[in-house]
Design a protein around this ligand. Structure first.
Ligand SMILES: [Ca+2]
Ligand SMILES: [Ca+2]
Ligand SMILES: [Ca+2]
Ligand SMILES: [Ca+2]
Length: 299
């Protein structure tokens, strides 16, 4: 599962992409701050499963594609989800550019009283140079010295076809929705446990006019819960975590949980963790900054 052939050019690439990301973000500020109407809570989801790898078919994991279909089905079976609010991207479509484009769709679509659910499954790895030395791209935030990366469709063929944790966190941090649930099913998934980047900031921290007060307050208020298939130094395999999580969201989570008719992200995680610990050799982890329980589906 590990992807070792990354080279140091990743550092330069990281800087360029982060710059592009910042530029994109500043251009969408206007759009984001215009979405200030308070309608009913809407649920938005991105299901992103790579599963097929350009020029490296032995890396293919068909279970990832099946999980994407199953997750989509379990969401639309619940009345809070609408088909036009869910994007499912798989296989050859699952490039890094496409992931960023879909994240921007969520950033522009979700109001401050909405909920966003992002599911990503693919191969994961610590970021290393050609000599196997760990790389921690800015921000330097890694106790183990290595950012975690996810392979996109061409991730085993092109050194740049990856997404790393800091970049994903940057785009997630621009979501103004009340709740964000991120699910990562990959090796080393536990390394995607970053806090939102702008949490705790105030307007005075910014001199940029386009950062309106409401926008910054919304960012600061973002409640995020991250469900990860394994710990930061573990391999995970077989889509076991996702399958149990989806079983949970289909009703077993609440049945095993508080029986209030809602399958929360936290309950689904508890259900999946129980079974993965029993059946597999890796340990799912949660990073829960969402106050209360994040509603995913109704039973
Ligand atoms: Ca970093
Ligand atoms: Ca790490
Ligand atoms: Ca990390
Ligand atoms: Ca419940």
């Amino acid at each position: 599962m590990e992807k070792n052939n990354l080279i140091t050019k990743g550092v330069a690439f990281g800087t360029v992409i982060l710059f592009i990301g910042l530029a994109s973000a500043s251009s969408i500020n206007v759009n984001v701050s215009n979405f200030s109407t308070f309608e009913d809570t809407e649920y938005w989801a991105l299901i992103f499963a790579v599963g097929i790898y350009y020029n490296n078919p032995w890396q293919n994991r068909p279970s990832m594609l099946e999980v994407a279909d199953d997750l989509y089905e379990v969401l639309i079976d619940s009345p809070n989800w609408k088909t036009d609010h869910i994007r499912k991207i798989t296989g050859a479509e699952a490039t890094g550019q496409r992931l960023i484009r879909e994240l921007l769709w969520l950033i522009q679509s979700a109001d401050s009283d909405d909920m966003v659910f992002i599911y990503i499954t693919t191969h994961g790895s610590p970021l290393k140079n050609i000599n196997g030395m760990p790389i921690d791209l800015p921000p330097k935030d890694e106790a183990d010295g290595a950012d975690e990366i996810l392979a996109m469709y061409k991730g085993f063929d092109k050194w740049y076809a990856i997404i790393w944790d800091d970049l994903l966190n940057f785009f997630l941090s621009l979501l103004k929705s009340e709740g964000v649930c991120l699910v990562i099913d990959s090796c080393y998934a536990g390394g995607f446990n970053d806090d939102p980047m702008f949490a705790g900031t105030t307007l005075e921290d910014y001199s940029i006019e386009s950062f309106t007060q409401g926008f910054v307050e919304d960012l600061s208020a973002q409640g995020r819960v991250v469900l990860m298939s394994c710990e930061e130094d573990e391999l995970s395999y077989g889509s076991f975590f996702s399958n149990y999580l989806i079983d949970g969201l289909g009703g077993l989570a609440d049945y095993w949980g508080n029986k209030d008719g809602i399958n929360s992200a936290e309950e689904a995680f508890d259900y999946a963790k129980y079974w993965v610990n029993l059946m597999c050799s890796f340990n799912p982890t949660i990073h829960d900054l969402y106050p209360g329980e994040y509603t995913v589906t109704y039973t």
